[in-house]
Design a protein around this ligand. Sequence first.
Ligand code: AP5
Ligand code: ZN
Length: 218
Amino acid sequence: MRLILLGAPGAGKGTQANFIKEKYNIPQISTGDMLRAAIKAGTELGMAAKKVMDAGGLVSDDIIIGLVKDRLAQPDCANGYLFDGFPRTIAQADAMKDGGVAVDYVLEIAVPDESIIERMDGRRCHPASGRVYHVKFNPPKVDGKDDVTGEDLVQRDDDKAEVVKKRLDVYHNQTEVLLGYYNTWAQSGQPGAPKYRRIEGVGPVEQIRDSAFAALSK
Ligand code: AP5
Ligand code: ZN
């Protein structure tokens, strides 16, 4: 299984990625998680990315495409992969297509902007695993602790309301165009074209998981 998850910031890509990667036993390639790991490690790339991310902008296509190429070369990607938060621009999508990176499904998780701000405000993350919680909608078993490891959960620096608003603007201006890009490719009937699936992302997390599994089985 090789798939791309598309959706606005806070649509639930990370949340659903955790279910999908387990079901299909494939690695999750989250460019956001990779950048946050680089920030934590204090690398030069991380320092440069932090400024852009804290402002809600997009890290340069060259950096992102380089990161993804290196990641795809690792042996665990041989049997499939799940992209979360990539591609985010036409340039990134073209780089994948031109590089012959195979995609079986593009899964769009649709959530209106009104729901996003509330979701970000209550989000808590376990950076090491990519597991995502919400204080109200998807609470951990023990307040502030990861369900599996018991380690502390953290709040993301870019989840402040004003940065979320900027991220939503950037999504509408630069990333949303990819819905049409992949839809058109899917309908082209060309060899290697992916299947395009759209699911509603509002409702209980498990209900959306079931819709995602159903969408990926046909
Ligand atoms: P990235 O980490 O990719 O962030 P994002 O796309 O903005 O998406 P989020 O991680 O915020 O949301 P999500 O869809 O994963 O939702 P989640 O499951 O967490 O990118 C961060 C930054 O890195 C970017 O702004 C950019 O600067 C840079 N970057 C990354 N990739 C890049 C690229 N390719 N090119 C350039 N720059 C790049 O859920 C959100 C919350 O909602 C959680 O609290 C969750 O528990 C809750 N929730 C989930 N599902 C539900 C539900 N059904 N009902 C209620 N609450 C729910
Ligand atoms: Zn995410």
